[in-house]
Design a protein around this ligand. Structure first.
Ligand SMILES: Cc1ncc(COP(=O)(O)O)c(C=O)c1O
Length: 368
């Protein structure tokens, strides 16, 4: 069989599926960057610039159980998460990153053609997994400052609506949705996913309401505040009925043993990690004001570990390239509702200083 023959057998709706524009690993950039790869300042994927707790590295170096499958019921892990979140273990399911739960939730609820409401611009994986799971995406645009429009969300609901996604703080805009607004969306009564990947930075959550509503699902991750992005560990808090089904449909060993060790050790070092979160938050505020001083950037207020900026000179793609050449990675967007924008993850203070210096140099170069 030739390539064409194979393509005829592939799901036809996937032939033009564009995939996810993932962040670049520093090692693949070697040829494009002037300086050493080790010097790259990676501000493109909202990772933790301080890394994980040292306890995680030590415990993994000594760990002897890699040849044994993890507990598919996640019992120890769920107990630890109960202690961390204050939500009972029976309401919790963990996964290989919260991305995997987004997929599982869609698989659980969506039949081909069912509608999924998405408050755009937002995290691209909601759209990615909706399409992959035969859902029909219904996009409800946010306003000019990227706040959600609840009246428009309600107006978008039809008999085919199955799910509503809402990230708060939202990625890539950093916008928070106030608790009363989140509750109003939950009160609509349809299954609602509140994605709180950046909860530790914002301090705002609806997790305490999980037991009160049969339709509320709250997602969290260890990728951001705990620096475990590379180990892929996230979790969600759900009504018990939904937990029953998620446990049934998940891949049995979706959370690997290294991630289990990492969570256990991370939670012992919670205070140190939360001090780092506070440093990132302080840096975010400092960077926001430094960015504001640059006339051709419009930064948006953020409650997460990144800042979105509209780019009024160069164009976002060109700016991203100029920064990449100089060893600084940021994310750019140029799509409807997110024209000429870059998202800058908060780095260490000295990294943020270098970024500002380079942005100022770029300005001088273009003036002179
Ligand atoms: C809003 C949001 N949800 C979920 C995720 C995915 O996190 P994880 O690494 O746990 O899959 C991200 C990562 O960037 C995110 O921004």
């Amino acid at each position: 069989m030739d390539d064409e023959g194979i393509e005829k057998l592939i799901r036809q709706d996937l032939l033009d599926f564009s995939g996810y524009a993932a962040s670049k690993s520093p090692e693949i950039l070697k040829p494009e960057i002037k300086g050493p790869v080790e010097g790259i300042i990676k501000l493109d994927a909202n990772e933790n610039p301080y890394g994980c707790s040292v306890r995680v590295n030590r415990a993994l170096a000594d760990y002897q159980g890699i040849n044994i499958y993890p507990d598919s019921g996640q019992r120890e892990l769920r107990k630890q998460l109960q202690e961390y979140t204050g939500v009972a273990a029976e309401h919790i399911v963990a996964s290989a990153g919260s991305d995997q739960l987004i997929d599982l939730i869609l698989r659980l609820f969506v039949n081909p053609g069912d509608e999924v409401i998405n408050c755009v611009p937002t995290f691209a994986m909601f759209q990615f997994f909706t399409k992959l799971n035969w859902g029909t995406l219904v996009e409800v645009p946010r306003d000019e400052e990227y706040h959600i429009d609840i009246a428009a969300v309600k107006a978008a609901i039809t008999n085919n609506t199955k799910l509503i996604f809402l990230a708060t703080p939202n990625n890539p805009t950093g916008t928070i949705t106030p608790r009363e607004d989140v509750l109003e969306v939950i009160e609509i009564g349809l299954p609602v996913v509140i994605d709180e990947a950046y909860f530790e930075f914002s301090g705002e959550t609806v997790a305490p309401f999980v037991g009160n509503y049969k339709n509320l699902m709250v997602l969290r991750t260890f990728s951001k505040w705990a620096g475990l992005a590379g180990l892929r560990i996230g979790y969600g808090m759900f009504p018990q009925k939904i937990v029953e089904y998620l446990i049934r449909i998940k891949e049995p060993y979706c959370v690997n043993v290294a991630a289990l060790v990492a969570v256990r050790e991370t939670l012992k070092d919670k205070d140190i990690l939360m001090d780092r979160v506070k440093t990132v938050n302080d840096e975010r505020e400092r960077l926001y004001y430094r960015l504001k001083e640059i006339g051709w950037l419009k930064p948006y207020p953020s409650k997460a570990n990144f800042i979105l900026c509209s780019v009024l000179k160069f164009g976002a793609k060109e700016l991203q390239r100029k920064l990449e050449e100089r060893g600084i990675l940021v994310r750019y967007f140029d799509q409807p509702l997110l024209r000429d924008s870059i998202r800058i993850s908060i780095g260490k203070p000295q990294e943020n200083d270098i970024l500002i210096e380079i942005l100022k140099e770029l300005e001088e170069d273009s003036n002179g």
